[in-house]
Design a protein around this ligand. Structure first.
Ligand code: NIG
Ligand code: FE
Length: 437
């Protein structure tokens, strides 16, 4: 029996109670286009499972039913609406799943607008990093801050993201680079997400950079990551995933393999910062290890593309970073969708290369600069992003049985999201069936 039919039966038998009805939805994008063994690819990325003149029924924190309003009413409430059922009138607007942002560095201290200005004047990201800026400057700053301070800063940022529709967010460590500071970051991420109420997945990115104190003993730092940091992170349940910044100037392929293999043995799922600055084989390695995602991919080569297309490793693209760095070359999003890669979008929100934390803006950049269709950009920011985090059974679409995380937009067409770049299209945000913004 299908999930829908089971819900209908329990409803009609009175065992399961509707707790919220959203009616008068002009355009309901469920993204529920049937069972799928993996993330959406090719034409599937244009299919949004749309109902017009629609309604949605929530039971507890889950989606119970979606469909044309008249049909749904007749089927679930043949004797009329229960008097005590809360009803939200969407006034003809669009309803979509909450955004899933699968790659952020939301926990950090100071912002780095000085570097932004230096880049406009002509310095490159790598030149600034070599001169003491970049990740190292955020590391120095973060080590001097208390956990409480980091919680406070991250809380404000997560509230801002929630108001722009992000209901599930991935948060990385990686500005601590000592056992104590990495744990401090991950605890701060957990506390901040819990206080805002947003769903979070945390990723240990202790391999974000070789800390200065290990400059001449890289292997010792790799050992610290594998033998102490990852072990403790896992023991305290502070992260679900492990990431490595795999680039010629940071961690090479061998070091990346050592760290990710250890993480996998500890039961963490995997992701890689891959092929961002150079074509280096990071995406291929991610596919080979069965990583959930390979992220960035600006310089990915044909072999890497084919490896991703043939795997369930999601290609996560971060066009806000290219935009914020003022670069010209975006990751080959259009070509990789056509080639059969499962594509997701993320903000990469961080103080250096991408201060953007708005998924609507990321969608806009993806559409105009990578030539994604608005429908593809929406699937990439919800369902495929949920696959990238391994949360596809819980979030990413408005399918029966999934969490009732959804957005009522201020317009009646999802294409207005990227079209109105710079505008926040989110009128209200529901998390687990409760209005939070
Ligand atoms: O994803 N690529 C590595 N890390 C970040 C940049 C972090 C920083 O500059 O602070 C990124 O772009
Ligand atoms: Fe990143």
């Amino acid at each position: 029996m299908s999930k829908e039919a089971r819900y209908d039966q329990t409803f009609l038998a009175g065992n399961s109670k509707a707790t919220l009805l959203v009616r008068n939805i002009g355009q309901l994008c469920t993204l529920d286009t049937g069972e799928s063994m993996g993330p959406r690819r090719k034409e599937e990325m244009t299919q949004l499972g749309i109902f017009t003149e629609a309604a949605m029924v929530v039971s507890g924190d889950e989606i119970a039913a979606t469909g044309p309003e008249s049909e749904l009413m007749a089927r679930l409430f043949p004797d009329g609406l229960p008097e005590d059922l809360p009803v939200v009138d969407a006034a003809g607007r669009s309803v979509i799943p909450g955004f899933v942002d699968p790659h952020t560095h939301t926990v950090f201290g100071k912002t780095r607008q000085d570097e932004y200005e230096r880049r406009i004047k002509g310095e490159t990201y790598l030149e600034i990093a070599a001169a003491g800026g970049g990740i190292h400057s955020s590391v120095r700053d973060l080590r001097g801050r208390s956990e409480e301070e980091l919680v406070e800063l991250a809380t404000v940022r997560l509230r801002e993201m929630l108001a722009q529709g992000t209901t599930t967010v991935e948060i990385k460590s990686g500005y601590g680079l000592t056992l104590a500071d990495e744990l401090k970051m991950l605890r701060a991420a957990r506390t901040a997400a819990e206080s805002v109420g947003v769903r979070s997945v945390r990723t240990c990115l202790a391999a974000h950079e070789i800390p200065h104190e290990y400059k001449d003993k890289r292997r010792d730092y790799v050992n610290l990551v594998t033998d102490e940091i990852l072990v403790q992170v896992k023991a305290e349940g502070l992260a679900q995933r492990c990431d490595v910044f795999c680039e010629p100037t940071v961690f090479d392929l061998e070091e990346t393999l050592i760290i990710l293999t250890r993480a996998r043995d500890l039961g963490l799922s995997l992701t890689v910062h891959a092929d961002e600055l150079a074509s280096f084989g990071g995406a291929m390695l991610a596919a080979r290890l069965g990583a959930n995602s390979a992220d960035h991919l600006i310089k990915i080569d044909e072999q890497g593309r084919q490896a991703l297309a043939a795997s369930n490793t999601v290609a996560v693209m971060l066009p806000g970073t290219v935009f914020s760095l003022g670069l010209k070359n975006y990751a080959p999003g259009r070509g990789m969708i056509d080639q059969g890669c499962a594509l997701a979008l993320a903000s990469d929100f961080n103080p250096g290369s991408c201060p953007i934390n708005s998924m609507p803006l990321v969608m806009a950049i993806a559409c105009t600069q990578m030539r994604l269709l608005p429908s593809e950009s929406l699937v990439a920011s919800t369902l495929n992003a949920a696959w990238a985090l391994g949360l596809n059974d819980e979030v990413g679409s408005l399918a029966t049985g999934k969490k009732a995380d959804f957005l009522i937009l201020d317009g009646d067409d999802y294409r207005l999201i990227p079209y109105r770049a710079g505008h926040n299209p989110v009128e209200s945000v529901f998390l687990g069936g409760c209005k939070v913004c």
